[in-house]
Write a protein of this length. Structure first.
Length: 166
């Protein structure tokens, strides 16, 4: 798969500008900074550098800054979007690159969040390592196992269902 990735302008790691060409999210809601591993349509690993100047820390919580769990889930969902868009990209048979095609319109929708367990806080200064692996597909729905780590320790785990854009 590496040759296809290189051929289609998906040399790893994927940096912020490449990610922005793949998904429609923008600051302050773009929650992944880099994709370090990618198996198109199957799995991926991304990072989110959690900084003290994130806008949500002003109110969550004053005196004890904690990254909101729903935003960690959103970050994992954005990684899933990159996984799916990368599959569409490598399936394109022309020599077009990410800059030539708007793949952001291929991003599907969050369908369900299941069995998410928060095991530890995510705070400013943490590097959140996001992981996602497609474990099942039925029709337009895919079940994706997700988990996030800080310093090698799992802080969140569960599954997310996503639907293809129709």
């Amino acid at each position: 798969m590496t040759n296809l990735l290189e051929k289609k302008s998906l040399k790893l790691p994927l940096e912020l500008d490449q990610i922005k060409n793949m998904i429609p999210h923008r600051y302050p809601f773009l929650l992944i900074d880099r994709v370090n591993e990618l198996n198109p349509g199957v799995s991926g690993v991304a990072i989110k550098n959690v900084t003290a100047n994130e806008p949500f820390f002003q109110g969550h919580f004053p005196g004890e800054a904690i990254m909101p769990g729903v935003l960690i889930i959103e970050a994992m969902a954005q990684l899933i979007a990159v996984i799916y868009v990368s599959k569409a990209l490598v399936e394109v048979e022309s020599q077009e690159t990410l800059n030539d095609i708007n793949y952001a319109d291929r991003v599907g929708y969050l369908a369900a969040v299941k069995n998410i367990k928060f095991k530890n806080k995510v705070v400013p200064g943490d590097q959140l390592v996001l992981r996602a692996k497609v474990v099942g597909k039925m029709g337009v729905l895919s079940q994706v196992q997700v988990w996030a780590e800080v310093n090698g320790k799992t802080v969140v785990e569960g599954s997310i269902s996503v639907s293809e854009k129709m």
